[in-house]
Design a protein around this ligand. Structure first.
Ligand code: HEC
Ligand code: HEC
Length: 355
């Protein structure tokens, strides 16, 4: 009876009127948002409603070859440092390495003050890990920032940096991640807030073209690529103080990084300025990355040197060549000194008063 009345009242002219009113209201609402907050906000609102851009999954299985497994291991345990986030780490040891029985088993970001975020268990465990996700689900997560379930991943998953990886490297990463021991570890799922989805849903970029292995003319070009996928600049640049002198100055340091044991450490200046690392040479750079020590000074484990130490001499030299080609920026950030106000980045950090 009720259904019958409803269909009667919403049929014919009144139905058309209701649709018209709805369309006018929606247009007015969209117009208001774009007027008040700009078109970007309008696009974000649109993506919040319709979901992120994503491509359909392909039915592929990457052939499990030893070459791929070894290449995948080199990338995952090295320059891409996947287990830095996808594992608990042992903060009682220098560099906070990943215990053997935790590799890839996942990690909650509570101690980094990011609530409700889980870097999931990506070991091949059937119940709590990634065993049932397809190869393409993994590949799409890594490079395009879309989870196995089709939702946008939090940008703490560094898909933006990994987006430049060639197809063969992505296949190798997947083959390697499939080969590590399965670990049973159940973690709560990520819960993104409405405001996070509003901001993050616009980010994923589908990759549908073939991405070939890049060719590099010089070690510096190779270093540029390696630095991009490792995103050294993501940590070693102050992104968050608009209007300050060093804001957005690549590698000039001053970004406050929170470790997964709760410690907070400022990233130092890596530019070839005397306040940066102009005094390094190639040999010293390799030694710092391999040992986690600058002379007698130990680097905090938030600097992922325990992973980067697995990077080959050739690749480390390339990264150093790229760092060397950067614009020198004056900005003293010295974590061994007490925090004092810095007029260049508007924060209190070691050596700030010397700027
Ligand atoms: C800086 C931290 C960080 C690094 C480095 C990182 N991840 Fe993630 N990853 C995350 C977080 C956090 C999530 C979950 C995001 C969410 O739930 O919204 C995630 C999600 C994923 C997913 C998607 C899981 C799903 O739900 O479908 C896969 C697969 C994955 N990561 C693999 C990798 C691989 C492989 C690497 C290295 C190439 C890597 N991650 C490096 C933090 C990281
Ligand atoms: C997760 C953030 C993070 C990432 C990613 C990162 N670093 Fe660091 N790095 C730090 C922090 C924080 C320190 C300071 C540690 C300390 O003072 O104990 C540091 C220190 C260093 C130092 C020592 C500088 C000195 O003499 O004091 C070098 C060299 C360095 N990083 C190079 C790199 C390179 C190269 C990459 C990319 C391959 C990279 N870092 C990626 C956070 C990061």
């Amino acid at each position: 009876m009720a259904r019958c009345m409803m269909s009667r009242s919403l049929s014919g002219p009144s139905m058309k009127k209701a649709i018209l009113i709805a369309v006018v209201c929606l247009a007015a609402f969209c117009g208001f948002i774009s007027y008040a907050y700009g078109w970007t906000a309008y696009y974000s609102a649109w993506r919040l409603v319709v979901g992120p851009r994503k491509r359909p999954l392909r039915d592929i299985k990457f052939e499990r070859t030893e070459t791929r497994r070894a290449r995948g291991q080199y990338l995952v345990e090295g320059v891409l440092a996947c287990f830095r986030c996808h594992s608990e780490r042992d903060w009682n040891q220098d560099g906070a390495p990943v215990p053997e029985n935790a590799r890839g088993a996942g990690h909650r970001f509570d101690k980094e003050d990011i609530p409700n975020l889980t870097a999931p268990n990506i070991t091949p465990d059937r119940e709590t890990g990634a065993a049932l996700w397809t190869d393409d689900m993994l590949a799409r997560s890594i490079r395009e920032g879309i989870g196995h379930d089709g939702r946008t991943l939090h940008p703490q998953m560094w898909a933006a940096a990994f987006s430049k990886l060639p197809d063969e490297d992505v296949a190798s990463i997947v083959v390697y991640v499939r080969s590590i021991p399965a670990i049973r570890n159940s973690l709560p799922k990520t819960q993104l807030t409405l405001s996070q989805r509003f901001r993050f849903n616009t980010r994923p970029e589908p990759i549908t073209d073939v991405v070939p292995q890049p060719k590099f003319a010089t070690p510096k070009d190779r270093g540029e690529f390696l630095e991009f996928v490792a995103d050294c600049a993501g940590c070693h640049t102050d992104w968050y103080h608009p209007g300050s002198v060093v804001n957005g100055q690549l590698f000039a340091g001053g970004n406050l990084i929170q470790a997964s044991n709760g410690d907070k450490i400022f990233s130092p200046n890596l530019t070839p300025d005397p306040s940066g690392i102009s005094y390094y040479d190639e040999k010293m750079f390799i030694q710092v990355i391999r040992t986690g020590k600058v002379g007698a000074r130990k680097l905090h484990g938030v600097m992922p040197w325990v992973f980067y130490r697995n990077v080959s001499d050739e690749d480390l030299k390339a990264i150093f060549a790229w760092l060397r080609s950067q614009t020198p920026v004056k900005h003293i950030v010295d974590n061994s000194e007490p925090p004092t106000y810095c007029r260049l980045c508007f924060q209190k950090h070691g050596g700030g008063d010397r700027n």
